[in-house]
Every structure is written in C-alpha cells, then in structure tokens.
Design a protein around this ligand. Structure first.
Ligand SMILES: [Zn+2]
Length: 65
C-alpha cells in the first residue's frame, strides 16, 4: 500500500479514493506553517479541504503571514 503521509517535501493537499466503492480520503501538509491533517469520508474530506483553503496553503499569503 502506498504511503500517503504528507511530508514537507510535498506541501499541499492531496485527495484520493482507493476505489469507487471506498471512502474518499484527503491529507495535507501546509508549506506555510507546517500543519498536517487528514480525513476520511466524503463529509470529512470536504471539511478538510475547506479548512485548508481557508487557513492554510495560499491563505497564508492572502493573510500576509
Ligand atoms: Zn498553514
């Protein structure tokens, strides 16, 4: 099985799904502050993406930090 743990070599968010019948999953490693998080399941993945978009990644530049 692939190692999906985010590392600081690859900052950003990743979303995937092992198969059409399995739960989607997502994880991120923020290049701006070093935060990491992960989620499994449609609703949790959606919330994770929203949180990352609002608070991490490009949002750090937008907020000037
Ligand atoms: Zn961040």
């Amino acid at each position: 099985m692939a190692d999906l743990t985010p590392t600081h070599d690859f900052p950003g968010i990743r979303i995937g799904q092992h198969s059409s019948s399995s739960e989607p999953f997502a994880d991120y490693a923020c290049g701006g502050c070093g935060a990491t998080n992960q989620a499994t399941g449609k609703d949790d993945v959606k919330a994770l993406v929203q949180h990352y978009t609002d608070n991490h990644g490009p949002a750090h530049k937008r907020n000037g930090r």
